[in-house]
Write a protein that binds this ligand. Sequence first.
Ligand SMILES: [Fe+2]
Ligand SMILES: [Fe+2]
Length: 474
Amino acid sequence: MTINYNERIPNNVSLSEDKQLQRALERWQPKYLDWWREMGPEGFQTKDVYLRTAVSVDPRGWAQFGYVKMPDYRWGIFLTPPEKDRRVNFGDHKGEAAWQEVPGEYRSVLRRLIVTQGDTEPASVEQQHQLGRTCPSLYDLRNLFQVNVEEGRHLWAMVYLLMKHFGRDGREEAGGMLERRSGDADRPRILGAFNEKTPDWLSFFFFAMLTDRDGKYQLASLAESGFDPLSRSCKFMLTEEAHHLFVGETGIARILAKTCEVMKRIDSDDPAKVRAEGAIDLPTIQKYLNFHISVTEDLYGSEISTNAANAYTMGVKGRFEETKLHDDHRLANATYSIPDLVADRIVVREAPALTALNERLRDDYIIDCQKGVDRWNKVLEKGGTDARLNLPHKAFHRQIGIFEQVHVSPDGRVLAEAEWTRHHADWLPSEDDHAFVQSLMKPVTEPGKFASWIAPPARGINNQPIDYPYARLS
Ligand SMILES: [Fe+2]
Ligand SMILES: [Fe+2]
């Protein structure tokens, strides 16, 4: 499954054997590049950046590292190798051969899933458009750009599926991907969290840890799909996604390490004193965590969803690690515990497992996030503080689903309006917090140097030293 780089569009799908598709993608390519120049990293398009490029889809050693100017990055179409004799593994078609073409009756459902996933990819590049200008180090700058070019490639992955399998509709959808803009009032991106701003690096690292992790869970569920080309696309995207999660998790861990170092040095955890030293106080970090997890939890949709049930029954979107689960993979009689509101109390009730699939995926996601928070808390412990980060209750600050109608505290109490008004600035970043974090965002671009609020990483990228020139800016 070596990738062919001799064609205009690198690929491992024998693109040259399908002239019509090749032409359609080659017509889309310059529009993509126009979009990248307009909405990709601002101010760095002509710089050499030390990036990895996929050279094969082999799980071991698929990447090659070298200096690239971002518009010259070889975006292409990479699917994992077909699995011999693959079946549909869940739903009404369980046991049938996996589909190589879109089943006619599932066309609109599959199209919607692919468009919704695809739309998030350019959206995050747009959200991060300005961040390079305030990078805390060359190492971090390079990681941001790696994430950005790979999100661009994820768009290619979804556009390939649309153009190959959805004819004219697919070509139109591919065009729409380059027309919507994150946060735009008239033509926003499809999902809420992808219209939020990513104005600073604290937000970026939480986004990469928490919102890219939603990407992991969505891609993992789509990788279970009975529609085999979608499954194979998502499997390769997941290998790229792992680096994005690494960037987010280690970014926050390094911020925590730096905050601990400062608290120890000044012998105080007073937020004002920590801030005066140019580090980020722990209460502010907790508030950013509360914000990013809550908007990301919304991405999973309503607790009860017939769309989710249908996609499962049809065999187009599975559960997380579907084939590792031990049940009938049809769920006709199964139930699942979901949260509900009774008067002003949050209770748990049983619901049909099929309609509760959104909630189940959200729960799987939260379990994974909790493990990440536990690892961050080890950093705090090692740093000599008793303070800990906590995930807020999943009803906190939600805009989608049953909790949209109520205010809930991070510890899961339904609040009266007045109490919410009194306290929400203790739980979510205030204007003052944003302004403080923004005040720290000054670029540091000397190799091996880091901003005052973040510790260096444990090691460099691709075994390079930490002071390696990960981008050449002059
Ligand atoms: Fe992505
Ligand atoms: Fe990602």
